[in-house]
Ligand binder design. Structure first.
Ligand code: C5P
Length: 477
């Protein structure tokens, strides 16, 4: 009924209705339904908002941006069960999710469970009198900010690459004027098959973006390879990265999202070396890979980045002002001179102690007893910056490298140091994080803990950048 009413309205009224719906974070048909309900109620007329200006929900702050709408297409693969978690994660973040399911998807998860989590019935049929009348596949294709296909099977990718439209999902994909994000998921042989790779190439050339697939175990027992769907949180990060950068043209250069354009970010990375004498020093196993990856990702997202790094064997990240230091005290000095910034990320494994002055000459054995190293405490750079009165960055992020009770210790550190977020990770020898290429992060904030999947340090950096962009745009966490 909503669509019939909207279709018959004069263009000017339709435009105002569209504005009003957007301001309230609702779809046009939801807005029409609400107006009709209000109109029918006795008490409603006095409260009804003027149709000439966009109305806001009474609890909405005047500057609150309207909810973003995701159209999620679930195709038929075993990874479809993860889409339930994806819907939940998206809704947690205040995103409105509407779902289309293919026939095959319904063999893996039921429309009832999807509907229960999404908060509305999923759409399944192309020729369904009721839903075509109410919403219609063209509206489904267009009333959203992003179309996500998760899982994207080899079959749906082949259909998309060839422009098929023989069911609701493919018709919507052909009709949409919005960005499409695919989260491919299939057996590794199907993924590496020349036909799939050819279709992927076509889709990428058509402007479609992808997240995953990841390497790992396949659903088929004993098989492993590339083809696992990206984890829900990785897909959420890709969605947030896209939404943070679009559709504001100012944030997008040459079609590449620049969600941190105009932001100044300071990052510390690597170990510090604390001299014992002119040739010996105390150090730790930090490689600097995570901090450097964050600097690269932040620069790629358009931020102006200063990286203060301890001694590492990595090249300076492109487009980043990189300052090399040795000791904690030098690091503090360079950090202070880089302020003010909008965001501070303290990924360095700063030595907690340095040796008390051992004099300017190399210590000699010369038959003497071993020298006693006397240690004094280094300045805590993160705590100092967090507690600054005037130049404190708006967002201060620390790391907590722990070998036990990771979240518990990180939470204590968040409060003790006064920072806003802590990225906690397990650096016990078994984890392989120190010096390795992968990391498992637990994001601790005053609102709670979020467990990120184990992923490459580059993927952690991308996810953090997406989180920061979302936070700066007033999104949760
Ligand atoms: O070493 P610790 O676990 O206390 O490190 C937690 C956080 O504090 C990290 O973000 C680290 O970069 C920062 N830190 C610092 N200066 C120190 C010690 C730690 O900035 N002296």
């Amino acid at each position: 009924m909503g669509s019939l009413t909207v279709r018959n309205l004069p263009e000017g009224v339709k435009k105002r209705l569209r504005l009003r719906a957007a301001a309230n974070g609702r779809s046009m048909e939801e807005e029409v339904r609400l107006l009709l309900a209000e109109g029918a109620s006795e008490a409603a007329p006095a409260k009804a908002a003027s149709a000439t200006e966009p109305a806001r929900r009474p609890d909405a702050a005047p500057t609150r941006s309207p909810a973003r709408h995701i159209l999620l297409i679930i195709a038929g693969g075993i990874a479809a069960y993860k889409s339930l978690d994806l819907i939940r994660r998206l809704r947690e973040r205040g995103l409105a999710v509407r779902v289309v399911m293919t026939k095959a998807a319904q063999e893996f998860v039921t429309p009832m469970s999807v509907g229960a989590i999404a908060g509305e019935k999923p759409f399944t049929e192309l020729f369904d009198q009721a839903s075509e009348f109410d919403v219609g596949h063209i509206r489904l294709a267009r009333d959203n900010d992003l179309v996500v296909v998760a899982p994207a099977t080899a079959d749906i990718m082949a259909k998309m690459a060839n422009g098929h439209a023989d069911d609701l999902a493919t018709a919507v994909l052909l009709a949409t004027d919005k960005q499409v994000l695919l989260a491919p998921a299939m057996n590794s042989r199907m993924w590496s098959n020349k036909a799939t790779q050819r279709n992927l190439k076509v889709l990428c050339a058509d402007g479609i973006i992808t997240v995953g697939p990841n390497a790992g175990e396949m659903a088929e027992s004993g098989e492993a390879g590339v083809g696992r769907m990206a984890e829900p949180l990785e897909i959420v990060a890709a969605i947030e990265k896209y939404l943070a950068g679009h559709p504001d043209a100012a944030d997008s250069i040459d079609g590449i999202a620049k969600p941190l354009a105009g932001k100044r970010i300071l990052i510390t990375a690597g170990p510090t070396h604390e001299p014992i004498d002119p040739v010996r020093y105390i150090a730790n196993r930090s490689s600097g890979k995570q901090g450097h990856a964050i600097a690269r990702a932040a620069a790629a997202a358009g931020a102006t980045v200063t990286l203060v790094t301890g001694p590492v064997t990595l090249p300076d990240p492109p487009g980043v002002k990189t300052v090399h230091v040795e000791t904690a005290r030098q690091m503090l000095q360079m950090v202070e001179s880089a302020l003010p910034v909008d965001i501070g990320i303290f990924a360095a494994a700063v030595a907690d102690w340095r040796t008390a002055d051992m004099g300017g000459q190399k210590l000699k054995k010369e038959g003497k007893a071993p020298p006693q190293l006397s240690l004094v405490e280094n300045p805590d750079i993160l705590a100092r910056v967090s507690k600054l009165k005037t130049k404190r960055p708006k967002l201060v992020i620390g790391f907590a490298a722990e070998t036990e009770k990771v979240v518990e210790h990180a939470t204590a550190k968040l409060w003790r140091k006064g920072c806003d977020w802590i990225l906690a990770n397990d650096v016990s020898a078994e984890s392989g994080v120190m010096g390795g290429d992968r990391n498992t992060i637990h994001l601790v904030t005053p609102k709670g803990v979020e467990h990120w999947p184990t992923q490459s340090k580059d993927a952690v950096a991308d996810m953090l950048v997406a989180r920061i962009a979302a936070a700066l745009n007033g999104k949760p966490r």
